[in-house]
Design a protein around this ligand. Sequence first.
Ligand SMILES: CC(C)(COP(=O)(O)OP(=O)(O)OC[C@H]1O[C@@H](n2cnc3c(N)ncnc32)[C@H](O)[C@@H]1OP(=O)(O)O)[C@@H](O)C(=O)NCCC(=O)NCCS
Length: 186
Amino acid sequence: MMPHDWRPPTLTTKRLTLRPFTEDDAEAVFEHAKNPNVTRFTLWDAHRTLEDTFAFVRDYALTRYREGMAEPYAITITPDTRPIGACGCFWAAKPHLTMELGYWIAAPFWGKGLTVEACRAVLKFVFAEYLPERVQARVIEGNEASARVLAKLGFREEGTLRRSLLRRGKFEDVRMFSLLRGEWKE
Ligand SMILES: CC(C)(COP(=O)(O)OP(=O)(O)OC[C@H]1O[C@@H](n2cnc3c(N)ncnc32)[C@H](O)[C@@H]1OP(=O)(O)O)[C@@H](O)C(=O)NCCC(=O)NCCS
């Protein structure tokens, strides 16, 4: 456990600032996270009320920060401070030095390369700070935009975990991708 006030450091890219979430972000996040187009292929459901968003920016985020994880990062377009999405890496299996990358971005900002830009900064940071051997990412079958993001980041597709996810009453096939420490290029 980290001190209760530990937060991942702010990261900057050409267009973006990635910083920890605070409770003040709830309303801006809700505007995007309530959109079912965003959650079509996510493990989390579209937020129905602001309380759902508070559970994310407060309970989920603070729990992860207390574990010392660089997840979730609020993605903001510099100099605007309102989040337009989230991304980050957490331990999927710490004894095996395997981390997992996750990301989402609000619909009006799709197709501009922002997710790739944000994830590159996160990967650079976690490979240097957490020394994972492997960073994996899981994509629900059908989410071609997400598979493309991973390809652009240099991830390799390993295979499909068939019907491994029961989500919203339906079994989903999940595609597994990974990027190894020795393959990472900034
Ligand atoms: C998946 C997601 C993160 C992509 O974000 P983005 O910022 O639009 O991604 P980028 O602009 O960096 O790259 C998207 C790439 O996918 C391509 N793409 C978009 N839709 C596509 C589709 N339906 N089929 C194939 N490729 C597609 C784009 O053309 C682009 O590739 P290019 O640069 O070679 O043209 C975004 O759509 C999203 O947040 N979706 C909802 C949440 C989600 O699914 N998260 C991932 C869970 S694993």
